[in-house]
Design a protein around this ligand. Sequence first.
Ligand code: HEC
Ligand code: HEC
Ligand code: HEC
Ligand code: HEC
Length: 246
Amino acid sequence: MMKIVFKISLLALLFSIGSLLVYISKVSGDGMGLGIANPGSPHNFTDDLGHAELPAAGGWNFREEICRVCHVPHDHDRATDYGANGLLWNHQVSNATYVMYSSSTLNGTIASSPTGIAKMCLGCHDGTVGIDVFDSHTTATLFIADYEADHQVPGALFAGNLNRTHPISITYDEAADKNLRPKSTPMGTSGTIADVLEGGTTVQCHSCHDVHDQAGEAVPDTHLLRVSQKASQGQASGLCLTCHIK
Ligand code: HEC
Ligand code: HEC
Ligand code: HEC
Ligand code: HEC
């Protein structure tokens, strides 16, 4: 009898460890749609629960704040101005030169290099700038590939070449491209397409992703997407079909 009880509790223990591991890999893999302050949310760098591969929990974020890695309330006379793209930006941006997306069928106007919000994302995601280069912290020790090589955009093999990335810094020109839906079309639960275009006109990274992992914006269990791509979560390729009539 004792033996059976022991076996059952051992099984229960193994099950709990298993569930914990599933939880950890889940939080490291995807957004949760619960807000950036939630432990394990991909852009919450106070907490490295979701980044078990890294050393000390949040050790590089000496500020122990969530927002400060990206935004700062006052400029403290830093020699380098990170804020030129607005939004009180407090993270180094990339100096890389990119090849922009081009094709024979493109209708909208694409900038000659990434602009505005795309530049903010690429400051960590293009792999050339340290994640820990923010505020007055200038020594780079951690790069996107230290977290997840697959999260480098554009990927390492085509570094600097945005031809294999969905067009960014391009105008959403529904007059020129008849296969684009009107900007007044709902974008999941993030308002309308116009609401997720920078300045109401331009497709950027945040048009598809919600960096803050907010409830009612980012779909849980996706890469911070505003609309899921899975049939089981709505419609297959639902994000693409929100903007494109296909
Ligand atoms: C301060 C650096 C930094 C900035 C700025 C940043 N990211 Fe990230 N992002 C990261 C890191 C590091 C990860 C990897 C986290 C992990 O592996 O769990 C990540 C992960 C992601 C992921 C994958 C999330 C998942 O499902 O695991 C997406 C999508 C993403 N970022 C999009 C963006 C977009 C879009 C922007 C701009 C609007 C942006 N990021 C700005 C550092 C940054
Ligand atoms: C990893 C970088 C990152 C972190 C951390 C971050 N933000 Fe942002 N934030 C961005 C980017 C990029 C944008 C522009 C894209 C967008 O609006 O989705 C933005 C936009 C904003 C905006 C203006 C547009 C809007 O969504 O209302 C506010 C306000 C804001 N952030 C507040 C915060 C606060 C408060 C925190 C901390 C709780 C925070 N952010 C943490 C990257 C970040
Ligand atoms: C038109 C929509 C769209 C735009 C614009 C976009 N993404 Fe994505 N992104 C996606 C989708 C959809 C996925 C999920 C792909 C998958 O699961 O294979 C994704 C995945 C990712 C991932 C997870 C790793 C991967 O490659 O699957 C990261 C990180 C990311 N995007 C960052 C960015 C950054 C940074 C930008 C701007 C330079 C950007 N995205 C622009 C739609 C977009
Ligand atoms: C926020 C709206 C939006 C979303 C979401 C979106 N796109 Fe786009 N996409 C655009 C715009 C705008 C263009 C530029 C169209 C033009 O000007 O010809 C574009 C361009 C493209 C092009 C290049 C067309 C060409 O002529 O070279 C392809 C391919 C494409 N999108 C596929 C996708 C796929 C696949 C998805 C889903 C992963 C997606 N898009 C999601 C707005 C969006």
